[in-house]
Design a binder for this molecule. Sequence first.
Ligand SMILES: Cc1cc2nc3c(=O)[nH]c(=O)nc-3n(C[C@H](O)[C@H](O)[C@H](O)COP(=O)(O)OP(=O)(O)OC[C@H]3O[C@@H](n4cnc5c(N)ncnc54)[C@H](O)[C@@H]3O)c2cc1C
Length: 407
Amino acid sequence: MAHSIVVGAGMVGLATAWHLQEHGVEVTVLDRTDVAAGSSWGNAGWLTPSKTIPLADPSLWTYGPKALIDPDAALHVPFRMDPKLWGFLARFAAHGTTRAWDRTMAALTPIDKLALECFDELTDGGVDSWTREGPFVVGFAAEAHARGFLREIDGVIRHGQDALLERLDSPQELAPMLSDAVTVAYRLEGQRFLEPAPFAQALADAVVARGATLRTGAEVASVGGGSSASVTLSSGERLSADSVVIATGAWMPKLARKLGVRMPVQAGRGYSFTVETAQKAEHPVYLPMQRIACTPYQGRFRIAGTMEFRGPDEPSQPRRIQAIINQARQMFRGIDLDVRQDEWVGSRPVTPDGLPLIGATRAPGVYVAGGHGMWGIVLGPATGKMLAEQIVTGKIHPAIAAFDPLR
Ligand SMILES: Cc1cc2nc3c(=O)[nH]c(=O)nc-3n(C[C@H](O)[C@H](O)[C@H](O)COP(=O)(O)OP(=O)(O)OC[C@H]3O[C@@H](n4cnc5c(N)ncnc54)[C@H](O)[C@@H]3O)c2cc1C
């Protein structure tokens, strides 16, 4: 029986492990910490193909410079001499054009269209968790604020997705926590959400129940390819297999750069916390101007936001949580933002060209799966399915052809 080692027990690594098992491959999953220890834990859990779009767009040129001097802006870049970071930002900003947006959107659309059915495959196949339909409530304080969001939705439709959007007269009926400051609102249909950490844990449990070995507290120090692919742990222990998949999120360059994956992966750190709501939250809420994404979570309401370009292992910055609160305060009612639980920081694995990295490295038998930026949860299962097919059959599915890690 073929044997694969998957490094990283986040959504992407676990989904890859599950699909390798579908092909009869024996799997070992290694994580330096635990299941969902990276960005797969406290994210917003949105399964929104209609929002799975390029991060860089032309608005970056007006928003970016303002954000650099506004301490409450969602985008945050620490002022420091860091040539790698500024090099990444220059390449990222170069994609802030309409042409680049269209090119990236064209590449994302095929996988976006497959994303949701890949969740059904997992839950129908024994993953004991759920995904739930929206609607998503999208709110603005003024008519003019909705323009950018509507333009994005038009772009998504132009590229071939259905995105059903309907104007709401009284958004508070669906989202009672929205204040009267929200004067313009839409409902977005055809999208889903989940609770990310419980889903990832259920996926890990299913992978183990199907015979995988899951080792937590196992940090991989290096990966090598060849007649037999191998990993060396920080402890010095060496494991070999027919193939190795590096699915280490924002930490990917540490292991993959030496194997020819030159595309940078920068941690785009986001923060979240949960609060109690006066009335139970039933639907996700999106505040595009404030760049805040909210989701019902374990009977509470998770509020997530910010994009802070720092290293993935740097300490959490309480000022970033405060920035979310300052942005959110006037848009909500019946929520005490000063009584928070589950405060969390996680690192989105962001590539400068807005495309994931899925496929073979230069080292024979070694693959990478990651770099999904804002959208590794919704795209995780489809990624795992197509990469497993590539590893086992050698065929590259057209939906991941644009994500060649050696580009
Ligand atoms: C605030 C916020 C909100 C978000 N909202 C959404 C959303 O609504 N929908 C969506 O689709 N996406 C969302 N995202 C993005 C999403 O969370 C990520 O794209 C996704 O979790 C990436 O998954 P991953 O498996 O690639 O990486 P991770 O989940 O980061 O997993 C990587 C794993 O690798 C392990 N690891 C690292 N290095 C090593 C090593 N050397 N050896 C062994 N193990 C190692 C880590 O411990 C970690 O468990 C959000 C992100 C943030 C921060």
